[in-house]
Design a protein around this ligand. Structure first.
Ligand SMILES: Cc1ncc(COP(=O)(O)O)c(C=O)c1O
Length: 398
């Protein structure tokens, strides 16, 4: 099995190499890709600290600590019994398990773009034909459901979607999600729905979970975005299909045994107490609205960057009118004097776009300073001070 990055992880490596100070553990660039909520400290989540009598043996349940799974069900509003939730080491782990269980060599999958690159890479590795459905800016970054229906066939075993969507911030309504499930249902396909940004909607209304709507729906998520706890490595998958969940659990044994870190489970359990979780999300959204307002104001009058306003996820995917490919522009922006970090749209299969994130972990001053640097870059480019072309080295071109 060969893993071939489709560029997104390559650019994340470039950004980190150029913009992250390993010793000081902080960004040295204006970090405008951040999709995460506020990062909470251990002291805020567990004011009394980790209980010193916590036993560090292997965990008791193959599926994850049952009270934690109950807390996941309540906070994520799954209409499911506890047996239908499997604790994992993050959304990436959940997506991996679900895709490996659902797909076989020679199958087909319908995979949206722009989106998370993991399913496309795994399909390629598994010799599964990933049929690409494009989200369209003219549809508010939704995909065309008729087009999806026309792509479906008995060979299609998985439809993968991510909503709220990375990178566009588009959300699906319950009716749209049901329509996707109907298409899948006609052929018995699974809908793997990456819902890592659920809870971070600007309307305050959580997006619907596929696990509540379809017997072959698999919802995957974690605390990495909503609570900025990507370092915890704790996530889950939820599905009505117990047989499918069993197979994921069996597969999990061969990656990470049936274990979860007890430390991670303890912290996650505290954070997922429903009233605590609500309070942490409210704080996150309050802080996030400040950055959202700054970026919205900038976009409203911008002559070069234009967006379809996102509906959630602290992310956006604006188009720009400048004669330079997105990979080259983003590389140059990382360099002095701009020192600003955006992700090229080409990493998502869309040239002429960039991913711009403004999660509340990035201070408002950094957002303002980064946007000023983009303006400076645009002015320099228009003045002929920057020439197009891959003059700047990158890992891919090196
Ligand atoms: C859409 C999406 N899925 C999965 C992941 C990985 O998340 P986790 O930290 O929960 O493994 C990310 C992280 O950036 C993401 O944006």
């Amino acid at each position: 099995m060969e893993i071939q990055s489709q560029k997104l992880s390559d650019f994340f490596n470039v950004g980190r190499d150029r913009g992250w100070d390993i010793e000081k553990q902080r960004w040295t660039v204006h970090m405008l890709i951040n999709p995460e909520g506020l990062t909470f400290t251990l002291g805020e989540i567990l004011p009394g600290g980790i209980p010193l009598d916590l036993r560090l043996e292997k965990s008791g349940s193959r599926y994850g600590y049952p009270p934690l799974r109950e807390a996941i069900i309540r906070t994520q509003q799954y209409d499911l019994p506890v047996e239908n939730v499997l604790v994992t080491s993050g959304t990436q782990h959940s997506n991996f398990l679900a895709l490996m269980v659902a797909l076989r060599e020679g199958d087909e999958a319908i995979v949206e773009i722009p989106s998370w690159e993991q399913p496309r890479v795994l399909c390629q590795a598994l010799n599964v034909n990933a049929k690409i459905i494009r989200r369209r800016p003219e549809l508010g970054w939704k995909f065309d459901l008729d087009e999806m229906a026309s792509m479906a066939s008995p060979k299609v075993k998985v439809i993968y979607i991510c909503h709220p969507n990375n990178p566009t911030g588009a959300v699906l309504t319950a009716d749209e999600l049901k329509a996707v499930c109907e298409i899948a249902g006609r052929h018995g396909a699974y809908v793997i729905s990456d819902e890592i940004y659920k809870g971070l909607e600007w309307t305050g209304k959580p997006t619907p979970s596929v696990a509540n709507h379809y017997e072959r729906g698999v919802s995957t998520s974690s605390l990495s975005k909503t609570l900025g706890m990507g370092g915890l490595r704790l996530g889950w998958l939820a599905t009505q299909d117990r047989g499918f969940l069993e197979r994921c659990m069996e597969f999990k044994y061969y990656i990470s045994l049936h274990q979860q870190s007890r430390l991670d489970e303890t912290v996650a359990f505290a954070a997922l107490q429903p009233s605590r979780y609500r309070e942490l999300i409210d704080r996150t959204m309050k802080a996030a609205r400040v950055n959202f307002a700054i970026v919205s104001e900038w976009m409203a009058t911008h002559g070069t960057f234009h967006w379809v306003a996102p509906q959630g996820a602290f992310l956006s995917f604006p188009r720009y009118d400048l004669g330079i490919p997105s990979w080259d522009m983003c590389l140059r922006l990382l360099d002095a004097p701009y020192r600003t970090y955006l992700v090229p749209g080409s990493c998502y299969g869309y040239e002429g776009y960039v991913r711009l994130g403004f999660g509340p972990g990035t201070p408002a001053e950094t957002i303002r300073a980064g946007l000023d640097q983009i303006d400076r870059f645009v002015a320099d480019f228009k003045a002929g001070k920057i020439t197009a072309g891959p003059a700047v080295t990158s890992r891919r071109s090196a």
